[in-house]
Write a protein of this length. Structure first.
Length: 391
């Protein structure tokens, strides 16, 4: 076995988290290979569809705020370093009933971390942005400094950085098997080629459970849809209209202003259909609820944006059983690192997760506290791995 063919780190899944991790490692002169079943950015996973929200006062839990603030910093650095448009400060307005646990946690997160958050009534929201039709009794939480991450541009930017610094990128190559017990290192088998590495990072999204079957990861790939709808430019263009989310008794909608005539983009973060990721197709309209759910959100909150469907896409969420991320070392082999279960709210953390995963691979631990993502919260794995330095 030629030692030169053994990589320091192999990254399986070069999408959101994997591509970022590859860029961080490559910049530190680590010999890496990124292997992806497709050619990122692509339409088969969780990063396509142009845009993602980034919010700082975090309704999913105040424990995420430190991470998302670092993510924001890294996204802006990526834009400056590469010239790709990555972040757009549209502001983000969230609204729903006053008793909404999500909104209450958003407010608590802002208070704990001293984040600017403007509280508004439904009446004030409608007056400020006439494109909305929010019930008067709703409350709103407006973050002026938040906005949009251009998701596919972000992947392109990290891809460029990784390759520029010497990373090998292998595309359209599904990994069939991982064997950590080979005498030459961790053996990664694809249809035509075998790769060897001293450590691996598995960031394969909806395919993570298939690649790490011994872990019984509590994740469920889920088919989701988004659509873009014709909307009056004077009401809904990004220059004057914010990104948004609505939470009302378990129904969760989110959306984006019209960008260069795209129309209003809207999705629903609850619901969806469990699916084998290998069976995902661009088949918007397979279910009546595909368009029906999106139009319900428009009818409720943006009735003047309820125009012709201009464009639609299907994508994947990989839902963990508690909707929190799963990021850890394999409990029996700390050369194997994995990150999955991002549950439909992970993209905004892609930059910081890339940094975190690179630190785990190089130093055996992250500089940021990620203990809330440990596998052992499900009764599996180890919360505090033994530090294992690579170099």
């Amino acid at each position: 076995m030629n030692k030169e063919t053994i990589y320091d780190v192999a990254i399986i899944g070069a999408g959101t988290m994997g591509m970022a991790a590859g860029a961080f490692l490559a910049q530190q002169n680590v010999k890496i290979v990124l292997i992806d079943a497709f050619d990122p950015p692509h339409i088969h996973g969780s990063h396509h569809g142009d845009t993602r929200l980034i919010r700082h006062a975090y309704g999913e839990g105040r424990q995420y705020v430190t991470l998302v603030k670092r993510a924001q910093q890294l996204w802006e650095e990526l834009e400056q370093q590469t010239g790709y448009k990555v972040f757009e400060k549209t502001g983000v307005i969230g609204f729903g009933p006053k008793e909404s646990p999500f909104l209450q946690e958003t407010i608590s997160a802002a208070q704990k971390h001293n984040l600017p958050l403007e509280l508004m009534s439904g009446i004030e929201i409608n007056e400020r942005w006439p494109g909305f039709s929010v019930p008067d009794h709703f409350v709103g939480c407006f973050e002026k400094e938040s906005g949009i991450i251009y998701s596919e541009n972000a992947i392109r930017a990290y891809k460029e950085k990784a390759i520029e610094h010497g990373a090998q990128l292998v595309t359209n190559t599904p990994v069939h098997h991982i064997d950590p017990n080979d005498e030459n290192g961790i053996k990664i088998s694809t249809e035509h080629t075998t790769y060897y590495a001293r450590k691996i990072i598995v960031t394969a999204g909806a395919w993570a459970a298939k690649l790490l079957p011994d872990l019984n990861l509590p994740v469920q790939p889920t088919r989701k849809v988004v659509g873009w709808f014709e909307a009056p430019s004077d009401l809904y263009d990004a220059a004057d209209f914010p990104s948004f989310y609505a939470e009302d008794n378990g129904k969760k909608f989110y959306g984006f202003p019209s960008l260069d005539g795209s129309g209003i983009k809207i999705g629903r973060s609850d619901g969806g259909h469990a699916i084998d990721p290998n069976l995902l197709k661009q088949n918007f309209g397979l279910y009546d609820s595909d368009e029906g759910d999106l139009r319900q959100g428009l009818e409720l909150y943006l009735p003047r944006a309820n125009g012709k469907l201009k464009q639609s896409k299907t994508c994947l969420y990989t839902l963990s059983s508690d909707n929190d991320f799963i990021v850890d070392f394999h409990p029996e082999d700390h050369r194997v690192i994995f990150a999955c279960g991002f549950s439909g709210h992970g993209f905004k953390f892609g930059s910081v997760m890339g940094e975190v995963l690179s630190q785990m691979a190089l130093a055996g631990e992250s500089e940021l506290d990620i203990s809330i993502f440990a596998l052992n919260r499900f009764g599996l794995g180890s919360k505090t791995p033994n530090p294992t330095k690579l170099l």
